[in-house]
Design a protein around this ligand. Structure first.
Ligand code: CIR
Length: 258
């Protein structure tokens, strides 16, 4: 089972309101509220027994609080991503110096053009990594990623996505063989062997929960998902992510956990 000791987050900037969104009808994030929610997120992570590295906001990158997309950190090393979203691509380079505080040259690899990959498309299940092929993560990015993993004795496999932004928008592993699945992931053969907990459509956003050392952090306001996770026997914490949801962000997107 995974065990996390470190988490990296980045404070949202005021430019958050210009983040990429597929749901403009939800309105723009309110900065002051987003900051309070970020404080609560950090607090919840600390309660799960991890050290939290808090990086300063980068106004020039409106989506840069979603650090998950900049790198994938495995137990064998870190892979610096090449984000497929043009306005986000530079975020990965900005993350690298922080990752170098934890890993030496031999344990850092890169996804390079024409390959693209965003960490939101990567789901770790033990030593295997599922990778969503999405509008942000392409075939060449996945090929490079799996080659790097295999060099480290790990493995990976591609999961084609149809509707969602990132793989973990709709499916998240909670350890102990338990997996939260919504929408298109309910029927994908890749996930047949897991104990799948199906999320109803009206709570689909909450498929994006995070397991941190035995506790599951659940977004606030999704009672069916909260109960389902508690029924699995997990301790839970809830954090309001309403401002991040407005720009397609969820709990996993806001941190790198390793
Ligand atoms: C984006 O479109 O890139 C951001 N507005 C949301 C990123 C969410 N990240 C994630 O799912 N890992």
């Amino acid at each position: 089972m995974a065990k996390f000791s470190h988490v990296i987050v980045r404070r949202p900037g005021k430019s958050l309101c210009d983040g990429i969104t597929s749901a403009p009808e939800l309105g723009k994030p309110i900065y002051e509220k987003a900051i309070k929610q970020h404080d609560a997120y950090i607090e919840a992570l600390k309660q799960c027994g991890v050290d939290v590295t808090v990086l300063p906001a980068m106004e020039e990158y409106p989506d840069s609080c979603f650090v998950e997309d900049t790198a994938v950190i495995t137990r064998c090393g870190a892979i610096i991503d090449n984000p497929g979203a043009g306005t986000r691509n530079g975020e990965a380079k900005e993350m690298e110096p922080t990752i170098r505080q934890f890993f030496d040259d031999d344990h850092i690899a890169h996804i390079t053009a024409p390959g693209t990959l965003e960490g939101g498309d990567v789901m770790m299940v033990g030593d295997h990594f599922y990778v969503g092929r999405s509008a942000r993560t392409n075939e060449e990015g996945i090929r490079q990623f799996i080659e790097i993993l295999e060099g480290w004795g790990l493995s990976g496999s591609e999961v084609p996505l149809e509707y969602v932004l990132h793989l973990k928008t709709g499916v998240n592993y909670l350890e102990d063989n338990n997996m939260l699945v919504s929408g298109e992931f309910k029927t994908k053969p890749d996930f047949e062997k897991y104990n799948k907990v199906e999320i109803p459509e009206d709570e689909a956003y909450a498929a994006n929960c995070i397991w941190v050392n035995g506790t599951v952090i659940v977004p606030e306001g999704y009672p069916t998902v909260l109960k389902a996770v508690q029924d699995l026997g997990y301790k839970t914490l809830t954090v309001d992510t309403s401002e991040y949801r407005k720009i397609d962000g969820g709990l996993s997107c806001l941190s790198l956990r390793f």
